[in-house]
Unconditional design. Structure first.
Length: 77
């Protein structure tokens, strides 16, 4: 998995994450745990793309609703 795809999967602003990541690495930061996308997001909440989280939640709700409708349709037969 690439750094960019990791940032996207964690709903981060890719540019902000990459910029900070590269700056930290170039300054000699060896705390790799703090540079992971999920850990980094916790310390940079302003760089999380909230609209993507909302879209994902809405998609999951629609998917679950459709799944329940299919189950009910099978039970009615």
């Amino acid at each position: 998995m690439t750094i960019v795809s990791s940032a996207i999967r964690n709903d981060l602003d890719v540019r902000s994450y990459l910029e900070d990541l590269l700056n930290e690495l170039l300054s000699g930061n060896r705390d790799y745990e703090s540079l992971r996308p999920d850990t980094w997001a916790a310390s940079h909440p302003d760089s999380i793309r909230g609209h993507r989280q909302q879209q994902r939640e809405e998609h999951n709700i629609r998917r679950e609703r459709d799944r329940l409708r299919r189950r009910l349709a099978r039970l009615e037969k």
